[in-house]
Design a protein around this ligand. Structure first.
Ligand SMILES: NC(=O)c1ccc[n+]([C@@H]2O[C@H](COP(=O)([O-])OP(=O)(O)OC[C@H]3O[C@@H](n4cnc5c(N)ncnc54)[C@H](OP(=O)(O)O)[C@@H]3O)[C@@H](O)[C@H]2O)c1
Length: 253
């Protein structure tokens, strides 16, 4: 018996990194997983595609559907939700993980890049949530937003740039506000962030290598997201915190 048997989950940004780890774990736990991101063809510059994640899941006996999606565009997200419902009958879990970052000071960042970060990280999260919401409410589901300590970090350590931090502050507020809006509907809304930097393809590309401080794999984040996917408003909603703190508090993994 898997902890997510019979559940349907959409994971954005599942072509690589933390999103891929979440999707693989969800499938191992019995969920039908829909993989939403843009990359369909392998590139030496940035490894990982939605189809590679889907193959890994299928080869291990899991259920996956890859849907090419740019979360910035309404019609693509509508198609993501429509195809999810057509394939699997509904939506129980939405993981808003897709993100963009440019570690560029405000004085140097173009407004085009500023808009990309805010449109992917914030508008994309709102859009995916709004369009999946009727289905999440119907099944009293769970929403998990992936946030970052960049929302509060100061100083010169890698923090993804100001646009990224601003987007994550907004995600935190979205999590708190939406948790209250959806409490009567039986939908939980929580947000989790890595306590220690996760060595992913995105981090490697954004910084041209790993940060000098400690990094970990994405497994802890995937476990924390699984735990949050099992929550209801009666057990936990409106929570924002670190994966490692959740592990220590709950002993769930
Ligand atoms: N790694 C860390 O240390 C760290 C720390 C704090 C928070 N986080 C958060 O954890 C999450 C995952 O981070 P990561 O390090 O795994 O990132 P990553 O390796 O850069 O992966 C980002 C994912 O987002 C997808 N994505 C980007 N733009 C998209 C768009 N417009 N539409 C759809 N998908 C899009 C990418 O897929 P495509 O390119 O195929 O579209 C990719 O699958 C993010 O929310 C990030 O802010 C990570």
């Amino acid at each position: 018996m898997g902890q997510l048997d019979g559940k349907v989950a959409i994971v954005t940004g599942a072509s690589r990194g933390i999103g891929k780890a979440i999707a693989v774990l969800f499938a191992q736990e019995g969920a039908s997983v829909v993989l939403a991101a843009r990359t369909e063809a392998e590139s030496p510059d940035l490894p990982g595609t939605i189809h590679a994640t889907a193959s890994q899941i299928s080869l291990a006996g899991g259920k996956a559907l890859a849907v090419k999606t740019d979360v910035r565009f309404d019609e693509e997200v509508q198609s993501l939700v429509d195809r999810t419902v057509a394939a699997f009958g509904g939506v129980d879990i939405l993981v808003n993980n897709a993100a963009a970052q440019f570690p560029t000071p405000l004085k140097d960042i173009s407004m085009r890049r500023w808009d990309v970060v805010l449109n992917v990280n914030l508008r994309g999260t709102v859009l995916c949530t709004k369009l999946a919401l009727p289905y999440l409410i119907a099944r009293k589901g769970a929403i998990i937003n992936i946030t970052s300590r960049s929302a509060v970090m100061t100083g010169k350590r890698h923090d993804g740039g100001l646009a990224y931090g601003v987007s994550k502050v907004a995600l935190n507020k979205l999590t708190l506000g939406l948790a209250e809006e959806l409490r009567p509907e039986g939908v939980s809304v929580n947000a989790v962030q890595p306590k220690t930097a996760v060595a992913t393809e995105g981090v490697l590309r954004a910084y041209g290598g790993l940060p000098t401080y400690k990094t970990v794999g994405p497994e802890n984040m995937a476990r924390a997201v699984l735990y949050l996917a099992l929550q209801t408003p009666a057990t936990r909603t409106g929570w924002i915190g670190f994966d490692e703190d959740l592990r220590a508090e709950t002993g769930a993994w």
